[in-house]
Design a protein around this ligand. Structure first.
Ligand SMILES: Cc1cc2nc3c(=O)[nH]c(=O)nc-3n(C[C@H](O)[C@H](O)[C@H](O)COP(=O)(O)OP(=O)(O)OC[C@H]3O[C@@H](n4cnc5c(N)ncnc54)[C@H](O)[C@@H]3O)c2cc1C
Length: 423
């Protein structure tokens, strides 16, 4: 059997790795448009900070592909799916036959249609090239506006302030990540920005304008502000808000970073007539509406739920696609997990916090490490931890095995969290 995987992100590389690990001995090709398959999370963290280079964030060592018998075609773009017969077409017109094609095409950084959001000073962050361009302007004293305080925007803002930049972070959402972390932890995490000297604004962007002094941003709607370094993270004083709004509206930036999400890359699937709806639609085995084509990672979505944009989810998709191709049982998906690093704090989240009807705080938000558990009907459904991976691992087992939780013991940091796994 011949399998071609389109896209060398974590989903595509995981698919080929799982195929070989599962005993697949057929012809295996991985095609990627970029220089070589590398990891994306460091692009807003160590790589952007300059403490890791491109080779250090490679998903696999260069020899690995040969060792695994994977034909790796880099700097090669797939331009069409040749369905229903299978196979793909490359940019130079070459046809590669395949019995199964796996689309692992991820996506591109979203670029909202904000007037003036063009030009060299407006950045996005999805590829190493994006990070290189941005890194070049993150110099001490540079005035940086980050739009979007979700995962990537918050990490970019944190890295920029570490590099000595003067940072303004704007987001129209009152408490970014509240659904994933719960209101209190989201507020604490968002409050870290102000403590590190970042000016955070609750505001959307109406437009940008290039001036001799940089890019000016015009903020839409009411602006709610927290002041750089202030202990009081928010203010409702109308005069103060007005002053900040005016000052910020007139302020120019050396660079703008748009961290407002990603757009799934579905063009190949659409042109081939596959079902697409906010992602290439797949079943539980990652199979698209064409049985010869599977889809994995950030660009895929099951019909049952929203599209997921997390590293580990992409890896699990790859394992499931490989199981489908091998005809072996698909591994049971564990509770979803992701992490974010900012301001020197490592945050991990597992499960679905918005499904909880009870929140238990283990430790205190002032502690060096602490966690928040979400329970529903006495069972753990989610956890979010700051600098406490052990708590998250334990929570994940409680969720996956439906181990009943005792709220009193769960909230007591002197009770070893592993003991709680005994139920
Ligand atoms: C800056 C940043 C920080 C992140 N941090 C975290 C984090 O801390 N925690 C977390 O859980 N997740 C994080 N993520 C999300 C995580 O990186 C993604 O979920 C993951 O990269 C998705 O992998 P993927 O393989 O589906 O897609 P991608 O990584 O987008 O890979 C898709 C690949 O397909 C290639 N491709 C697309 N179309 C074609 C074509 N036609 N022909 C050939 N090749 C093609 C692209 O070049 C690309 O290499 C971060 C993402 C970014 C951008």
């Amino acid at each position: 059997m011949r399998v071609v995987v389109v896209g060398g992100g974590v989903a595509g590389v995981s698919t080929v790795a799982a195929l070989r690990a599962g005993g697949f001995d057929g012809d295996l090709t991985l095609v990627d448009a970029g220089e070589f398959p590398y990891d994306r999370p460091p692009l807003s963290k160590d790589y952007l900070a300059g403490s890791k280079d491109l080779e250090q964030i490679a998903l696999q060592r260069p020899h690995w592909y040969d060792e695994q018998g994977v034909r790796l075609l880099t700097r090669t773009t797939v331009t069409a799916l040749r369905t229903p017969d299978g196979g793909i077409e490359l940019g130079d017109g070459t046809l590669l036959p395949a019995d199964r094609v796996v689309l692992a095409t991820g996506g591109g950084a979203a670029r909202p249609p904000i007037p003036g959001a063009v030009g060299d000073r407006v950045h996005v962050l999805r590829t190493a090239e994006d990070a290189d361009r941005l890194r070049a302007v993150l110099v001490p004293g540079a005035r940086i506006l980050v739009v979007g305080a979700g995962l990537i925007g918050a990490e970019a803002a944190s890295t920029a302030v570490d590099l000595g930049c003067e940072v303004v972070l704007a987001d129209p959402v009152a408490m970014p990540l509240a659904a994933a972390l719960g209101e209190d932890l989201a507020a604490w995490l968002h409050g870290l920005h102000a403590r590190r000297g970042i000016t955070t604004l609750r505001a959307g962007i109406a437009s940008f304008a290039e001036t001799g002094d940089g890019v000016e941003a015009s903020f839409a709607g009411g602006v709610e502000a927290s002041f750089a370094g202030g202990v009081e993270p928010r203010t409702s004083d109308a005069a103060a808000l007005g002053a900040v709004a005016r000052a910020e509206r007139l302020r120019a930036f050396d660079a703008v970073v748009l961290g407002v999400g990603m757009t799934p890359q579905t063009a190949l699937a659409e042109a081939a007539g596959l079902d697409v709806d906010g992602g290439v639609l797949v079943d539980a085995g990652q199979v698209t509406s064409n049985p010869a084509v599977l889809a994995v990672g950030d660009g895929a979505r099951t019909r049952r739920g929203p599209r997921v944009e997390h590293w580990e989810a992409a890896q699990h998709d790859g394992a499931r696609a490989a199981a489908t191709i091998l005809g072996t049982p698909a591994p049971e998906p564990p509770a979803p997990w992701f992490w974010t690093d900012r301001h020197g704090r490592h945050v991990e989240v597992v499960g679905h916090m918005d499904a909880a009807d009870q929140i238990i705080v283990r430790g205190s938000f002032e502690d060096p490490s602490f966690s928040v558990f979400g329970l529903r009907d006495g069972l753990v459904v989610a956890a979010a931890a700051v600098d406490d991976s052990t708590a998250v691992r334990a929570a994940r087992r409680m969720i996956d095995r439906r181990i009943p939780a005792d709220p009193a013991r769960l909230s007591d940091p002197s009770v070893n969290v592993r003991v709680l796994l005994r139920g």
